[in-house]
Design a binder for this molecule. Sequence first.
Ligand code: A3P
Length: 280
Amino acid sequence: MTSVLMHGLADGAAGVAHPNGTVRRLPDIVIIGVRKGGTRALIEMLSLHGDVAAAENEVHFFDWESHFQKGLPWYLSQMPYALPGQLTVEKTPAYFTSSKVPRRLQQVNPGAKLLLILRDPTERVLSDYTQVYHNRLLKHKQHQPIEEVLVLKDGGVNLGYKALNRSLYYVHMQNWLRHFPLDSIHVVDGDALIRDPFPEVKRVERFLRLEPQINAANFYFNRTKGFYCLRDHGRERCLHDSKGRAHPRVAPDILQKLYRFFHEPNRKFFELVGRTFDWN
Ligand code: A3P
């Protein structure tokens, strides 16, 4: 790995300048996850701020070997051109649950401010399932009914189900805290962001020490979509249809099983971050 980083450093990790005075820099802010936590909503809302420049796509630099091997010049090439004084942000939701990412990110960008958006772990599992279900549908692939994926034949929760593991927040958080101090990680309440985005976004603005710029008028509730949408310089837009999909109906006893299952892992997470969430 060192050679990958050295290669990058030698090739100008400090930034790539554009003739118009903008620069591609390592991100000041990384949205590390969680998958289906509301990461797209968060980056879009943060981009309402004039001092924020966001990478367009999910970068997957630290978690995909094929990208990581390309070194820092490639990483920089994925960053937006930013004006002096602007903060650059990238989001890759898979970073949070990839065990090798915290160490790699710390080596490359120890001063990064990290945003982690989480939602109720059970809801997140259903959202994760729904995403995979839609992807498989598009590829004309078969899918398993949700009950079969969640619960084993003996009635126990299926610990082998990846989506379940991704919702064990404390496991992944422990790994991040080995490499980053808690005060460099701001946890965004993804359920609150759905219900009423403005206060959550203000908290993010404060954490990033951005001048207060985003205001309540930037958000309006769209009844058709059933979610808040954005108003930016008079232009209104909602997130893509793939954000805010209906989840499958799950039998109440299975849902209860999941809520019970997550109770203890949630408590451990609350202890780690010194804060509670309205999860169960
Ligand atoms: P669902 O589609 O399961 O409802 P991510 O961008 O990390 O993939 O997260 C997707 C989730 O963002 C959606 O999950 C949705 O609940 C949530 N979300 C939060 N705010 C939203 C908004 N304003 N519009 C649409 N989806 C939003």
